[in-house]
Design a protein around this ligand. Sequence first.
Ligand code: 5RP
Length: 265
Amino acid sequence: MEWGMKNRLSRLIQKDGKALFLPIDHGYFQGPTHGLEHPEETIKPIYQYADAIMLTRGVLRNCIDPAIEKPIIMRVSGAVSVVGEDLAAESIVTSIQEILRLNASAVSMSVFVGTKYENKSLSNLAKLVDECEEFGIPVMAVSAVGKELEKREARYLALAARISAEIGARVVKTYYCKEHFEKVVDGCPVPVVIAGGPKTETQREVFDFVYDGLQKGAIGVNLGRNIWQTQYPVASIKAIRAIIHEGYTPQEAEDLYNQVIAGKT
Ligand code: 5RP
C-alpha cells in the first residue's frame, strides 16, 4: 500500500484499530432533515469525540471551519431525493479534482445491491475506486437499503459488503443485524463499520448493537441519527466512543451516558 493511502487510513482508523465516524450527510437526499437544519450547530458540541466526519462538499464548504482538525470523509454520490422515483439511481456528483481540492481523507458512496440500479451503482463504485486509488484516497462503500429496511439481514448484508470489497472499497459501511452479523464481517476482507439507521426507541439499544457488532468483528461505527437526533447527543457520542475505544460494555456505557446527562462527568 502506498504511503498516502496508509496515511489517510491511519487518520481514520485509530491506533487501536477502531473508528468512530460521524455522518452528517443525510441532507444529500433528505434535505434539511430533523437535527441537521444547521449542520455546524449540530456538530459543534460532538465532533471532538469523533474520529472523522462524513459529509458532502456543500456542507463542508459552507458550514465547516477549514481549520477543523478532524479528517473528512466526503460523500460523493447523490443526485436523488426522498421524493424522487428511486433512491438507488444515484450518480457520482463530485470530481476527483474537487475531492483533492477539499483535502478529503476518504470518500464514500452508496451501493445498491439487488436493485434495478445495481449495475449502475457498482460501476460507479469501480470508477470511483480507480480514480481515488490513483491519488491514494480510500473509498468507503455504504451498503444502502433505501426504504427497504427489511433488507437488513445477514445474507443480504454479507453479499453487498463482499461485492463492495471485491470492487475495491477500502472500508465498508453496513447495517447491523442481530442474527449472524459475524458472517457479514467474516466474508468481507476489508474493515467493516456499522451504521445506526433510524433513531431507536432507547439509547440502550444503540449501545447493545454497537457492542455486539464490535464483538463480532466490526471495527467501529459510521453512526449519525442515533447521536445527533437524540435528546443528549454529547452523552450519546461519549458512551458510544467508550464502547469503541475503551471496551465499555453496554451497561458501563449506559452508566456513563446517565452520568454525562447528570453533569457528573
Ligand atoms: C445516509 C448515510 C449515513 O451516513 C449512514 O446511513 C449512517 O447514518 P445513520 O447512523 O443515521 O444511519 O449514508 O445518507
